[in-house]
Design a protein around this ligand. Structure first.
Ligand code: SME
Length: 140
């Protein structure tokens, strides 16, 4: 992350790396607040393409995190009523908000085809990743 490459490319490489390295990370992507709109826009991601490139605040797991400012760990997506399915193979999801200067400006979203795979270790790890990305965004 310390290279001179453009920010988007670093985010893309990070998604590719996490998705190919961590066995229970099957889809890894960033969503960012879309300008002044009350919606999220898909940023760099690794895994199957998704139709959900725009997600209104409050909708789905991602939209809920945009409003709550808190990590959302979903051990079983079938048990969620406010959930947007991207692929029928997905069993679980984790979304961790990304803060720049205390403001929730987006999130990292991970889908897993393994049931109930996410632990507090994933939460701490993804919080760390987001802090690193936040620093790059601040400098950009
Ligand atoms: N499942 C998410 C939508 C995004 S896809 O996982 C890529 C949600 O419920 O917000």
């Amino acid at each position: 992350l310390k290279s001179d490459k453009p920010l988007e490319q670093k985010q893309q490489e990070l998604c590719d790396y996490l998705q190919s390295t961590v066995p229970h990370y099957d889809w890894v992507g960033f969503y960012f607040k879309n300008g002044d709109k009350e919606e999220l826009k898909l940023g760099p991601y690794a895994g199957e393409p998704t139709d959900h490139t725009i997600i209104p605040f409050g909708k789905g797991i991602c939209g809920q995190v945009a409003v709550s400012n808190q990590n959302f760990v979903v051990p079983d997506v079938k048990a969620q009523d406010n959930y947007i399915a991207c692929s029928i193979t997905v069993k679980a999801e984790i979304v961790v908000p990304l803060f720049v200067n205390g403001e929730n400006i987006g999130q990292i979203d991970i889908d897993s085809n393994t049931p109930d795979p996410f632990t507090e270790e994933d939460e701490r790890f993804l919080e760390f990743i987001n802090e690193e990305i936040a620093q790059l965004i601040e400098k950009d």
